[in-house]
Design a protein. Structure first.
Length: 405
């Protein structure tokens, strides 16, 4: 078929190579590197001290139980199993939270899928909405919402000179957000900086939201890996105390080590139950027009673990070990850099939380580390702390020392 002189064939003839994803492209370069000392500190997956992404014992036991039972092979409902949604809400909000009765949840393919469903719904209901992201934020955030046709804007967040949250600048920027805007907050373990607002600062932000009337979307990808399950959901629970609507995109990739199962959720907290149910109907339409319904296995594992007291205790214990491992790696990196005689002070890394760290390394320093030492880091200087271990720590530290002096 020809239209306006362009055929399907010539349309594809004009296609130029697409730029590589800044993180996944880094992994491809790492795999092609033949240096036996190479280290990948880019991609955001948890690894133990052997460099392996572990299968948790709780999930292995859950999977064994699932295999023993005859599984229904038909499609799941559009929003997934009701038991899955209930488990997600209880984990995010607590069973006794006042907002749990006015919250609805859909099982999505990963937290990324939840974000895209929310973006599509927001665009469908109010096309002129502006989405606000922290500077910096996860690189995929503006791409997801921009692809849905929404306008993207940034608010200040990180102070490079002070190595921490620039809270006053953050508040000043968000004072310009209004009722037709939605602000994206990282619930905990901010990606990429590793710095979160304090409890008092979260409370000020909740007051600002009430004053300005903007919508809120929490991205909760790391619950349990910062300070603990309750602590990492404290901001969500604080904002949910009020009747202003908000979204929560959550993921079990990190805290269940279910990366390749793509197990996430999008929850909506409404003004009341009727309001939440009305939005839920439109959420179903957005999902139906996208991927129709979610996959079963990963969600079934989560239901099995969170629905059994013994497996839940085991899961929380395993996540606690992961969290402790991350804390130890941070402390070890700071101490080793100090002992190396590096000219730069890296002590601020010890104040960060979660898997990611803004190291303060420049793009030129990152390039040198990649080209001369085969250490792969995102150009912003963000590293995945979990990519370190007892075998590569000294090599990474000595390489950084060489680069920064």
């Amino acid at each position: 078929m020809t239209r306006c002189g362009v055929t399907l064939s010539t349309m594809f003839d004009r296609v130029e190579p697409a730029p590589a994803d800044p993180i996944l492209g880094l992994t491809e370069a790492f795999r092609a590197d033949d240096n036996p000392n190479k280290v990948n500190l880019g991609v955001g997956v948890f690894r133990d001290d052997t460099g392996v992404t572990p299968a948790l014992e709780c999930t292995k036991r859950a999977e064994a139980r699932l295999l023993e039972r005859a599984a229904e092979r038909s499609y799941l409902p559009i929003t997934g199993s009701p038991a899955y949604g209930e488990a997600v809400r209880k984990l995010l909000l607590r069973p006794t939270h006042a907002a749990i009765g006015r919250t609805v949840t859909a099982h999505s393919p990963g937290g990324t899928g939840g974000l895209r469903v929310a973006a599509d719904l927001i665009h469908a209901l109010q096309p002129g909405t502006t989405i606000w992201f922290s500077t910096p934020t996860w690189a995929n955030h503006p791409k997801i919402f921009g692809a849905a046709g929404l306008e993207c804007r940034n608010y200040k967040y990180y102070n490079k000179a002070k190595h921490g949250v620039d809270f006053e600048a953050m508040k000043s920027d968000l004072s310009a957000a209004g009722p037709k805007d939605v602000v994206v907050f990282h619930a905990s373990c901010h990606n990429p900086t590793g710095f979160d607002p304090s409890s008092d600062q979260w409370r000020e932000l909740a007051e600002l939201r009430a004053e300005r009337g903007f919508g809120v979307l929490f991205d909760a990808a790391y619950q349990g890996l910062g300070d603990g399950f309750d602590e990492d959901a404290a901001a969500i629970r604080l904002f949910a105390e009020h009747d202003a609507p908000m979204f929560i995109a959550s993921s079990f990739s990190k805290n269940f080590s279910l990366y390749n199962e793509r197990v996430g959720a999008i929850s909506f907290v409404g003004k009341d139950r009727t309001h939440a149910d009305n939005v839920f109907g439109h959420l179903k339409r957005s999902i139906r027009h996208n991927y129709s319904n979610p996959p079963r296995h990963g969600g079934a594992v989560v239901i099995e673990v969170l629905g059994d007291a013994e497996l839940t205790r085991l899961w929380k214990s395993e996540v606690s070990e992961m969290r402790s491992h991350l804390h130890e790696l941070r402390g070890g990196l700071v101490a080793a850099l100090r002992s190396s005689g590096a000219s730069r002070d890296f002590s601020f890394i010890g104040d960060q939380k979660g898997m990611f760290s803004f190291t303060g390394l420049t793009a030129d320093e990152v390039q040198r580390l990649r080209e001369e030492f085969s250490i792969y880091i995102v150009n912003s200087g963000r590293i995945n702390v979990a990519g370190l271990n007892s075998k590569n720590m000294s090599y990474v530290v000595s390489s950084i020392k060489t680069v920064v002096g």
